[in-house]
Design a protein. Structure first.
Length: 274
């Protein structure tokens, strides 16, 4: 279904490594692409980071992350927009396929979901000219409903797609992350509606019981409850031909030797999606 030539390792999966170390890990394990995080890029420096991925022969499948637009304070909103414009510049320098946007939770002091969603659409509209000028695609990510209050008021893929479709396809699309959307009974229809709007396909499994920090309730493909082949079939049918990026937030995975993690990722990817 999806070959190892389209496998990508998101840096969050091996967060103990700096960017050059993560790039070297990918090269040693024949993983052709990497998803980068801005804090790791900043720690190594933008120019050095770009040079490291080029030297390792890697493609940058994504840069995480921009977003967090839902601010009531005008100064905070302006600062968020400035940070996102900088993120667009970084994505362009790294030749990333997409800049992932985690859009933000409820406006502080408010319970108004429609207001927060309007603020996200307005902010993305302000970023589109910069994205088009630098050739960067913004990828709006829907997050599982348990993160709605504080991280992202877009809980279904359709929520993200409704905003993306307001803007040119070359500038704005959506991220399909199995961890966040696997539960949605409308997912198949939304994938069909997405078509060329899918900018990134991220994968990890939903593992029970959830830990106290629910952000870390993720596992290797096959360890949990997600039907990856069904979701991947919908993503491919929509026309997506990019990389499949393994992004795992898990203390158990972080504590494992990185080479073991990389080897496990390759084996599980082939077993689940090969």
């Amino acid at each position: 279904m999806i070959g190892l030539d389209r496998l990508s390792l998101n840096q969050a999966t091996v967060r103990g490594l700096d960017l050059p170390q993560a790039a070297d890990l990918c090269a040693r394990h024949d993983i052709p692409a990497i998803g980068l995080w801005r804090d790791k890029v900043a720690a190594s420096g933008l120019a050095r980071s770009a040079a490291a991925v080029r030297a390792a022969g890697l493609h940058v499948s994504s840069l995480c992350r921009g977003g967090f637009f839902t601010h009531a304070d005008p100064a905070a909103r302006a600062a968020a927009l400035a940070d996102n414009r900088q993120a667009i510049t970084e994505a362009a320098e790294l030749a990333a396929d997409t800049l992932v946007l985690v859009s933000g939770g409820l406006v502080p002091g408010s319970r108004d979901l429609p207001l927060a969603r309007r603020m996200i659409a307005d902010a993305i509209g302000e970023l589109v000219p910069a994205a088009q000028r630098l050739g960067v695609r913004l990828g709006i990510e829907a997050l599982h409903p348990m993160f709605c209050a504080d991280r992202c008021v877009l809980s279904r893929l359709g929520d993200a797609l409704d905003i993306a479709l307001q803007f040119p396809a070359d500038a704005v699309g959506v991220v399909v992350d199995t961890y966040h959307v696997w539960w949605d009974s409308g997912l198949a229809a939304e994938l069909a509606r997405a078509q060329d709007r899918i900018t990134s396909f991220q994968l990890c499994d939903w593992v029970l019981p959830l830990p106290a920090d629910v952000l870390l309730g993720r596992g290797h493909l096959g360890d949990g409850t997600i039907d990856f082949r069904q979701i991947a079939a919908g993503v491919l049918a929509a026309g997506y031909r990019g990389y499949a990026e393994i992004e795992i937030f898990s203390q158990q995975v972080w504590d494992a030797p990185p080479d073991l993690t990389a080897d496990t990722i390759r084996r599980r990817f082939s077993a689940q999606l090969g």
